[in-house]
Write a protein that binds this ligand. Structure first.
Ligand SMILES: Nc1ncnc2c1ncn2[C@@H]1O[C@H](COP(=O)(O)OP(=O)(O)OP(=O)(O)O)[C@@H](O)[C@H]1O
Length: 570
């Protein structure tokens, strides 16, 4: 089935437009209700205490309680709605982001792409946390200020000064700590990436006593990170204390001003207390906004990064699901370079492979064989030219639809943590034991798997480390043959095989050939080369020779150094 097309962050959020409008409406009512405490205080002081009327006090208290209950309930509902919207946006975007990260990583091998998965949780937490709520509350700052102004313009002036000082302190915090925290996080990520990289070479590192050097490199990056972090923390705590000072001083300053105004007969004592309560309420959204500033900056950054990633995403979902291919592979003038301006790894490669044909690819190290294999299975895209399967550009196939028809055995076999059976079935949830065993038998690997401690249920460990190199290759061949693919591309499938394994591989390939599979085989071993029908010699990224196996071998053995342009040997 074709996967959904790529969803952009804005589209995902737009799906929750009505929820967001409702949350904004709840916020308006919540903020209006926050006026109740000061109004209550005003009435109690100026009306109840002067009239000594208990009925009025009871009525006011009942109204106040009803408002507080509504405030608590609406606050809880709004927060629950925002959490659900955050989760919904995350869930809606997750497949597009996951696919985009994987497809892009296949092209660039850039591990920083993993951070894009983290961007999803940044966005979810911002929408579902206090960040989004504080954006909804922000428009109320001027409204509160206006109400304070109505009480007395001097009160409003004082609150405004307090607000400006708080904002200035927040900006100062960001200005003095932001770059330090950024540098610290860059040091920390470099340290973590270095350790995870070193762990891939753990055997060589421990055998050759390199642990201390790896540790020194790690601590050389984590120590500066800690120093920068503590410098930033020192400044941040000084500025936080300054903000607290401004807040409590402002509260008392309002009372002081209020008292002076009461003495002058400008305001009532009730208004003085109400203004003091309202002033702290007016400051609350500003403080919330300041607290949410960092998450907001993070949210905007993550949002922009996901937009950029998804805009580059290869939307391969075709409108028509193509039928099962017969396996006719055609490369037309294919060139490949890692990025524009780089030297091409492959240049103007044209070739074809027919169903039931085994085409061998040989050539010196670094001549581009593995890159060619990746292009043939769509693991990377040509910089120019087209790779066609049954006449259709590979890019026209949806990866999820095409995958089952392709079998690929990469040069460095990496199995995923799971059982042998799960790896063979490519982790398909609907795989049957019969289909797994059929693939293992087709790969002539069933007996070898039967000898493993728990047979098909043996866990292979991360990368397949609990299997030997040869066992890994045999399981990977079974995985490539799972589901009877139409095209099989094998990159040095025998590099770790013993004689028995090599014979099993040859038998498996001859059986696949006789059932009409198109096979591309990168291998230099004479026994395996002997089962190919045609041979292609790659040199410096170009086809140097292409023809029937024996004719190509004769040309090579005659010692005539192959040189571009490609010769077709008959
Ligand atoms: N991701 C990459 N980043 C940088 N260079 C790359 C990358 N992939 C391939 N290359 C370069 O492209 C060239 C061809 O590599 P490729 O692995 O295709 O050669 P090969 O013929 O399979 O080599 P070998 O027989 O040694 O496996 C090499 O010079 C290699 O350094």
């Amino acid at each position: 089935m074709a996967a959904d097309s790529v969803l952009m962050p804005g589209d995902a959020l737009a799906r929750y437009r009505s929820g967001l409008i409702a949350a904004a409406a709840y916020s308006a009512v919540i903020n209006a209700l926050y006026l109740v405490p000061s109004l209550y205080m005003l009435q109690v002081y100026d009306r109840v205490l002067t009239s000594r009327n208990l009925t009025t006090l009871t009525m006011l208290t009942v109204l106040m309680l009803a408002a507080y209950i509504a405030l608590a309930a609406l606050g809880a509902i709004r927060n629950m709605m925002l959490v659900r919207i955050g989760n919904g946006v995350d869930a809606a975007l997750s497949s597009s982001v996951f696919d985009a990260v994987f497809n892009r990583y296949a092209l660039t091998r850039d591990l920083r792409l993993l951070g894009r998965l983290n961007d999803l949780s940044v966005i979810r937490s911002f929408i579902g946390g206090s960040g989004m709520a504080s954006l909804f509350d922000a428009p109320w700052i001027p409204i509160y200020l206006f109400v304070v102004y109505l009480m007395h313009p001097y009160f409003a002036l004082l609150v405004l000064i307090g607000l400006l000082i708080l904002v200035a302190l927040a900006l100062l915090t960001e200005w003095t700590t932001g770059s330090k925290l950024g540098q610290a996080s860059a040091f920390q990520s470099a340290a973590n990436a270095g350790v995870s990289n070193a762990m891939h070479s753990i055997d060589a590192i421990s055998a050759m006593g390199m642990t201390a050097r790896v540790r020194e490199r790690w601590s050389g990056q984590t120590l500066p990170a800690a120093v920068l972090q503590s410098k930033a923390a020192d400044r941040a705590s000084m500025l936080t204390s300054a903000s607290k000072f401004v807040r409590i001083t402002l509260q008392s300053a309002i009372l002081c001003l209020g008292a002076a105004l009461v003495i002058a007969g400008d305001v009532t004592p009730g208004l003085m207390i109400a203004a003091s309560i309202l002033a702290s309420r007016a400051l609350a959204p500003v403080e919330q906004l300041i607290a949410s500033w960092k998450p907001f900056v993070g949210f905007r950054k993550s949002w922009a990064q996901l937009k950029e990633l998804l805009a580059l995403a290869d939307d391969r979902a075709p409108s028509v699901v193509l039928p099962r291919p017969a396996g006719r592979l055609l490369l037309e003038q294919v060139s490949f370079r890692l990025s524009s301006g780089d030297e091409p790894i492959l240049q103007n490669v044209s070739l074809s492979v027919s169903p039931g044909e085994i085409v061998g690819i040989i050539g010196p190290s670094a001549s581009g064989k593995s890159t060619l294999a990746k292009l043939m299975v769509g693991a990377c895209k040509p910089s120019s030219g087209v790779v066609r399967l049954d006449g259709f550009d590979l890019a026209a196939w949806n990866r999820d639809d095409l995958g089952p028809h392709l079998g690929y055995l990469p040069q460095e076999v990496q199995l995923m943590d799971g059982t042998v059976g799960e790896n063979i079935s490519r982790f398909a949830t609907d795989a049957t034991s019969e289909s797994i065993i059929a693939a293992a038998k087709a790969a002539h690997a069933h007996d070898a798997i039967a000898r493993l401690p728990q047979g098909y249920n043996t866990r292979v460990g991360i990368g397949g480390e609990s299997l030997s190199g040869g066992q890994r290759q045999r399981v990977a061949l079974a995985r490539a043959l799972y589901g009877e693919p139409a095209l099989l591309v094998l990159d040095e499938p025998n590099s770790n095989l013993d004689e028995i394994g090599e014979k099993a591989l040859q038998d498996a390939l001859l059986a696949a050939k006789s059932s009409g599979v198109s096979i591309v085989l990168i291998s230099h071993r004479p026994g395996t080369v002997a089962i190919t029908d045609r041979l292609i010699v790659l040199k410096d990224g170009r086809i140097a020779l292409n023809g029937p196996r024996d004719a190509v071998l004769t040309t090579l053995n005659a010692g005539r150094a192959p040189a571009p342009p490609a010769k077709t040997v008959e």
